[in-house]
Design a protein around this ligand. Sequence first.
Ligand code: NCD
Length: 308
Amino acid sequence: MPLINRHLIDPNDLTLEELQQIIELGLKMYNQPKAYSEICKGKILGTLFYEPSTRTRLSFESAMLKMGGTVLGFSDANTSSAKKGESIADTIRVLDDYADILVMRHPREGAPLLASQFSTVPVINGGDGGHQHPTQTLTDLITIQNYRGSISNLKVAFCGDLLFGRTVHSLLKTLSRFENISFVLVSPSELKIPCHLKEEIQQEYNVEIIETTSLEEHLPEIDILYMTRIQKERFFNEEDYVKLKDCYILNQAKLKHAKDNLLILHPLPRVNEISYDVDDDPRAKYFEQAKLGVYVRMALMAMLLGVA
Ligand code: NCD
């Protein structure tokens, strides 16, 4: 089924083949951006951000502008009519007339899904609560493809807040569908991945999972290390957050025992979990990852709009 006019709410909305098509087009756009600079002329992206964002919102905006389109929207729910009590359904009924494609971030899980049920234009989930973040997953996948040449035969470690981290949930689910992937899940016992997610990926995809509290233990065998911040805003009390906030800090000393071709990724923003001395290590690719995120979002929007 072509991608035109579809919504992207959950990474499983895309088949493996579709994921690969988006990544391939994203890499073409990255290598030859000029060739695509007018394909969205006359198209409008609407950004509905009910929760803070830097990269997701601005990379979507940059992506649309790089394709010759325009952008409207809000980045603070307090400046929108949500503050006056307007429902998502009513907002969408109006906005889908103002824009050709919408991206929504919301603190409530399921809000973008609800929006998609009322929208006549494609809705993209820009992150819903601690649930999913499919375009970060596209960003992660295009980075792996670009720097490793393929998304298969990899031992991938996730480290940090695996309970609340929506980027982790989306990427784990998606990578499980690729060939010969295994996981090392590093977290404090309070922040392990949700049981239902673990069961789902083990039962559906039969993926090997090791759970540990030690970052160092498996580091020498890891191909991709996906660091994440502790998701302060999802904690019920400050005390629990303070106790866990610095539980893992990746630094040069720890990396001594890691592979030479390790890929260190992070969805950003970073807080303390990667020390600045890692930034110059050639294995650290988190800033390149953020850059590639623009191109994969260009590819996604171009395909949903049917212009590429
Ligand atoms: C992530 C998010 O919003 O979930 N940020 C992003 O979109 N790159 C990760 C995070 O906030 O920790």
